[in-house]
Design a protein around this ligand. Structure first.
Ligand SMILES: Cc1cc2nc3c(=O)[nH]c(=O)nc-3n(C[C@H](O)[C@H](O)[C@H](O)COP(=O)(O)OP(=O)(O)OC[C@H]3O[C@@H](n4cnc5c(N)ncnc54)[C@H](O)[C@@H]3O)c2cc1C
Length: 83
């Protein structure tokens, strides 16, 4: 999904807002799931600053907040799908 949106942008096609918001929401939600699972696998080491895993969870969280939150992406998706 992400590569498709990036490919279209690189190729100069008009931005498909539905695809873009779906990709953004998907990346945020699955990034959190993957990073959270990584923290769980590392156990206590996943939580402390000495290892980069806790940072990955925080970084993943930004994808749900920055550049339009997940809630806003779902807003956009539902509006575009209702046309
Ligand atoms: C590290 C970092 C870097 C950033 N860099 C930039 C940058 O370079 N440029 C830039 O412009 N901004 C940047 N931001 C700001 C970022 O885009 C905003 O934090 C983001 O858009 C959310 O806005 P807000 O913090 O005002 O939250 P709010 O708008 O106050 O939202 C708080 C919560 O309420 C939810 N919410 C709000 N309204 C609704 C609604 N109508 N329905 C349902 N839920 C709703 C949101 O989804 C969110 O979960 C950055 C933020 C961070 C953390």
């Amino acid at each position: 999904m992400v590569y498709r949106v990036a490919y279209d942008k690189d190729a100069g096609y008009p931005l498909n807002h539905l695809h873009t918001s779906i990709a953004k929401a998907f990346v945020g939600d699955w990034g959190i799931r993957a990073a959270s699972e990584a923290v769980q696998i590392f156990g206590g080491y996943g939580f402390i600053h000495e290892y980069p895993v806790e940072r990955m969870l925080r970084d993943a969280k930004l994808a749900q907040i920055g550049g339009g939150t997940s809630e806003v992406q779902r807003f956009i998706i539902s509006r575009l799908m209702s046309f």
